[in-house]
Design a protein around this ligand. Structure first.
Ligand SMILES: Nc1ncnc2c1ncn2[C@@H]1O[C@H](COP(=O)(O)OP(=O)(O)OP(=O)(O)O)[C@@H](O)[C@H]1O
Length: 772
C-alpha cells in the first residue's frame, strides 16, 4: 500500500539534502521573477494554488534542458510586517525605542520566514529556498537605496509639499496603488448655502470650503454661476463655478469644494487653481472656531449640531456612498497636504503603455488591467510612509540652509534615523542636520525584484528575466511598479512574459489573504490528500481564472497518484520485474497503436506547456494515460499473444516512464518515487530529459486499433448490461461491423474480452449480440 505522506516526506528531504534544484548558470538559462510573499501571517490555499503555476513551468523548463533560475524571497519590510510583529510580540512604536522596534521586527520576521519557507516548500516548489533574499536585509536595503539615489539625482524622485493620500488608521501616506473603492453607509446632509441647497457627505469640512460647483448644463443654477455666496456658519464668500464633471443627479446637483473633501475636490482645485483653507491635518480638524483639534467623527457631529442650531439644515438622508479606502484596512482615505517623496510617472504614461505592449501577457486579456491603470493614473507615486520598519531614505536635511543631503553610495546601506554623526551639509558646511524619518513604501523595494534576484547571483546580464508570475490582484501594484522601475533605471522591460494566476476565494467570495485572516492552511489537505493532489487542483484552471477549493479535484488528484502507482505495479507483474525487449522495430499492431497515440500526446502536451496552458496539457495527458494506456493498452497486453511479450514490455515501460516525466512538473512526488523504481540511479526525474515528439512512431494501424477499441467498448457495455464481470467468459458472440478489421484483429477482442468464438457479420454500424 502506498503511504502518500511518508513517500512525500522522503522526497522533500531528499531534494533538500541533495540540493537537486540548485541553479548553475549556463548557456541556456531560464529565469523566474518569483513573488516574494509578505511576512504578515501564514501561508494559505491561495498560495498553494498559485505558486505551483510557477513551479509547473520551472520544472518543465528544467527538463527541457534549461538552467532554471527560480529564486525565492520574502517581502518583510513595511506595514504588513509591522502589523504582524506588533500583534505577535505585543509591541508598538509608542512603547519601544525605534532601534529596538526595528530589531524586534527583524527578529520576528526572520523566525516567521523559516516557518513560511517550510510551508511553501511542503507543496514541492523547486525554488532556491536555501538561499532566499528578503527585502529588509542589508543587501536589499543597499540596492533599494542605491536605485532611489539614482532616481533622486535624475530628478525622477522628488520631495514636495503637496496634497497626498492619507490613511487615518495606519497614520501614513499611501499611494493610489493601495486604494480600493468601497460602498459605505453615510449621511447626506442638505445645507442651506445662502439660499442654495447643497448636499454633502462631509459637513465637517465646511470650514475648508473654497468654492461651490454646479454643472454648466444645469438649468437650476444657470443664473448664479460666477456669483459669490456665503458659507454657512463661517460667513466667508466663495465663488459659484461650473464644471462638466459635476453630477446633476447627486444630491441637489450643487456641491461644495473643500480642501480637500475627496479626490474630485483635489482635481477641481488643481484645475481652477483655487485657494486653500486647510483645517484637516493628521486626522484632526482645527478651524479655530468650532473645531479644536478633534477627530473626524466628532467634528462631523459638532458641525451638524451647529448647523441645526442655526437652522441651516434642510434634511439628512441615509445613503450608500462610494468612497476610496485604504485596501489594507478598509478605512476611507483623507487628502491632506504635507511633504512627501514621489516618483514622477504621470509624464511617461505613453512609454509605460508601450512597455506593457512589449511584454507577453498570459492570458492576454489581463493586459487591459495594466493599460487601464496607467491611463487612469492621477498621482505621481508617493513613496514615503510615516512608518518605521521599512527601507529608510538615505537622506538628511540641513536645518540651516534647507539643502537635501544624500548619503554617499559607498556608505550604503544606511539608516539616517539611527546614524547622524559626521554628516555635514555640502552647501553650507553646517552639521546641524536632521534625518528623514519616513521610510519607503514596501513596493519601492519589491518593484526592483528582478534587480535584487539577479544581483544576488551576480548575473545582471540575464536582465530582462524570462517570466514573472503573480496574481491578478497585484497587477496595478507589483506589475505596474516593476515595469515603471525597469523603464526608469534601464529603459528595458523587466521580463519577456508575465503569467497571471487567478485568486482563491473564501466561501464568502472574498480573496483569501494573510492579512484578512480568512485563510485555510494547506497542511491538513496535504495530510489527507497529499501535496501532489493539491498541486493537481492548481492545474485545473486556465491562466488567470479564479477558483474556490473543490474537493472533487483533490480526490481526482489523489486517484491519479494511486493510478500511477498501480500501473507501475501491474507492469512489474506483466514483466516479471524484468525490463527487456526493444522498440527499434515495432511489430505488434497494438504497440503501433499505443506508440502513435503516445507520440501525439507528447506533441500536444509539449505544445500546451510551451504556451503555459498547464490545464490543457494535463487533461491531454490524463486522457492518454487513463483511457488509452491503462483502460485499454495494459489490459490488452496482460492477455496478449506470447510472440509480442518482449516488445510489449519494452513499449509499456518506455511509455510509463515518459508518462511519469510528463506528469512530474505537476505531481513531482509520486513521479519521483516511481521513476526511481524504474531507474534507481537517476538523481531526480526533475533533471531528466522531457520526452521529445518523434514521428517515426506514427503508424497507420492507429485507426484500425481505434476501431477495435470501439468494438471492445461495445462488448464492455453489453457485459455490463448483462451484469456480468469483464473477466467472465462468453462462448460465442456475433459482431456486426467492418468484417475485414474485425477478422484481422479478432484475436485482440477474444483475448481481452474472454470470448471463445466470434461470428462476424458485415455492417456499417457496430452491433454485438450473444449467440445462445
Ligand atoms: N487568495 C489568493 N489566491 C491566489 N494567489 C494569491 C492569493 N493571495 C495571494 N496570492 C498570491 O501570492 C503572492 C504573494 O502574496 P502575498 O504574500 O501578498 O499574499 P496575501 O495573502 O495577499 O498577503 P497580504 O494579506 O499580506 O497581502 C502574490 O503573487 C499573490 O497574487
Amino acid at each position: 500500500m502506498l503511504d502518500i505522506v511518508s513517500m512525500e516526506n522522503k522526497w522533500r528531504d531528499y531534494w533538500k539534502k541533495n540540493n537537486v534544484f540548485k541553479f548553475t548558470k549556463g548557456d541556456k538559462n531560464f529565469s523566474i521573477d518569483t513573488p516574494p510573499p509578505t511576512v504578515s501571517g501564514k501561508m494559505h490555499l491561495g498560495h498553494a494554488y498559485s505558486y505551483p503555476h510557477q513551479d509547473f513551468i520551472a520544472r518543465y523548463k528544467r527538463m527541457k534542458g534549461y538552467n532554471v533560475f527560480y529564486p525565492w524571497g520574502f517581502d518583510d519590510n513595511g506595514l504588513p510586517t509591522e502589523r504582524y510583529v506588533e500583534k505577535t510580540r505585543n509591541v508598538t512604536i509608542e512603547n519601544t525605542p525605534l532601534g529596538d522596534y526595528i530589531e524586534i521586527c527583524k527578529e520576528e520576521s526572520k523566525k516567521a520566514e523559516l516557518e513560511l519557507a517550510d510551508a511553501w516548500y511542503s507543496i514541492g516548489l523547486s525554488a532556491s529556498f536555501n538561499d532566499y533574499i528578503d527585502t529588509s536585509s542589508d543587501f536589499s536595503m543597499k540596492m533599494s537605496q542605491k536605485l532611489f539615489l539614482d532616481l533622486a539625482r535624475s530628478g525622477r524622485a522628488y520631495r514636495a509639499e503637496a496634497p497626498y493620500i492619507r490613511c487615518p488608521t495606519c497614520k501614513t501616506a499611501i499611494s493610489q496603488i493601495e486604494m480600493k473603492d468601497a460602498i459605505i453607509d453615510t449621511d447626506l446632509v442638505y445645507v442651506n448655502f445662502d439660499g442654495i441647497e447643497i448636499a454633502t457627505t462631509r459637513p465637517e469640512m465646511l470650514g475648508a470650503c473654497v468654492a461651490v460647483f454646479v454643472n454648466p448644463g444645469d438649468e437650476r443654477y444657470k443664473n448664479i454661476i460666477g456669483k459669490k455666496i456665503k458659507v454657512p456658519l463661517y460667513g466667508n464668500e466663495v465663488p459659484v463655478m461650473s464644471d462638466e464633471s459635476i453630477d446633476m443627479n447627486f444630491g441637489t446637483g450643487a456641491e461644495m469644494l473643500c480642501t480637500f473633501g475627496d479626490q474630485n475636490d483635489l482635481e477641481l482645485w488643481r484645475k481652477y487653481n483655487l485657494d486653500s483653507r486647510i483645517i484637516l491635518k493628521n486626522d484632526k480638524l482645527n478651524d479655530s472656531r468650532y473645531l479644536d483639534n478633534i477627530g473626524i467623527k466628532e467634528a462631523r457631529k459638532r458641525i451638524i449640531e451647529e448647523l441645526k442650531k442655526n437652522n441651516y439644515i434642510i434634511k439628512i438622508e441615509k445613503i450608500k456612498h462610494s468612497v476610496n479606502t485604504h485596501e489594507r484596512c478598509g478605512t476611507p482615505i483623507e487628502i491632506g497636504i504635507s511633504k512627501q517623496w514621489y516618483i514622477k510617472d504621470l509624464d511617461i504614461k505613453k512609454e509605460l503603455l508601450e512597455f506593457g505592449d512589449k511584454i507577453e501577457w498570459i492570458p492576454e486579456y489581463m493586459k487591459t488591467r495594466y493599460d487601464n491603470w496607467v491611463n487612469g493614473l492621477r498621482w505621481d507615486w508617493c513613496i514615503s510612509r510615516q512608518r518605521y520598519f521599512g527601507i529608510p531614505f538615505p537622506v538628511w536635511y540641513c536645518n540651516k540652509c534647507g539643502t537635501i543631503i544624500y548619503a554617499d553610495e559607498k556608505d550604503l546601506p544606511v539608516d539616517p534615523r539611527l546614524v547622524n554623526k559626521n554628516i555635514k551639509c555640502p552647501a553650507c558646511g553646517s552639521d546641524d542636520v536632521q534625518p528623514e524619518r519616513d521610510v519607503m513604501d514596501t513596493w519601492a523595494t519589491s518593484s526592483i525584484s528582478p534587480t535584487l534576484y539577479l544581483t544576488h547571483i551576480n548575473s545582471m546580464d540575464m536582465y530582462p528575466m524570462d517570466v514573472r508570475f503573480q496574481g491578478h490582484d497585484i497587477i496595478t501594484s507589483w506589475a505596474f511598479t516593476t515595469i515603471l522601475r525597469s523603464y526608469l533605471h534601464y529603459n528595458k522591460i523587466p521580463w519577456k512574459k508575465i503569467a497571471i494566476s487567478g485568486n482563491v476565494y473564501d466561501p464568502f467570495g472574498q480573496k483569501m489573504s494573510k492579512s484578512k485572516g480568512n485563510i485555510v492552511e494547506p497542511k491538513d489537505i496535504i495530510e489527507k490528500y497529499g501535496a501532489d493532489a493539491l498541486r493537481f487542483w492548481g492545474s485545473t484552471t486556465m491562466p488567470g481564472e479564479n477558483i474556490k477549493l473543490r474537493e472533487q479535484d483533490l480526490v481526482r488528484g489523489k486517484k491519479t497518484v494511486i493510478k500511477l502507482y498501480n500501473s507501475l505495479n501491474l507492469l512489474k507483474i506483466i514483466s516479471g520485474g524484468k525490463i527487456q525487449g526493444d522498440i527499434n522495430i515495432i511489430k505488434s499492431p497494438v504497440n503501433k497503436w499505443i506508440m502513435s497515440k503516445y507520440e501525439k500526446t507528447v506533441r500536444e502536451v509539449t505544445g500546451y506547456m510551451d504556451a503555459y496552458e498547464v490545464m490543457k496539457a494535463r487533461s491531454a495527458l490524463d486522457k492518454f494515460f487513463w483511457s488509452n494506456y491503462c483502460d485499454n493498452y495494459l489490459e490488452i497486453i496482460k492477455n496478449d499473444n506470447e510472440e509480442y511479450r518482449n516488445e510489449n514490455i519494452a513499449v509499456s515501460y518506455l511509455i510509463m516512464e515518459n508518462v511519469l516525466k510528463m506528469y512530474s512538473p505537476i505531481m513531482p512526488f509520486i513521479t519521483e518515487e516511481l521513476y526511481h523504481e524504474i531507474h534507481p540511479d537517476s538523481i531526480s526525474i526533475a533533471l531528466e530529459k522531457y520526452p521529445e515528439y518523434d514521428d517515426k512512431y506514427l503508424f497507420n494501424e492507429e485507426n484500425d486499433i481505434d476501431y477495435i477499441i470501439s468494438v471492445i467498448n461495445s462488448i464492455r457495455a453489453l457485459k455490463s448490461s448483462l451484469k456480468i464481470s469483464m473477466a467472465a467468459p462468453i462462448d460465442s458472440l456475433n459482431i456486426t461491423g467492418d468484417s475485414e478489421k474485425i477478422g484481422r484483429y479478432g484475436y485482440i477482442i477474444k483475448n481481452l474480452m474472454h470470448i471463445n468464438n466470434i461470428k462476424i457479420t458485415s455492417g456499417e454500424n457496430i452491433n454485438i449480440n450473444v449467440i445462445q
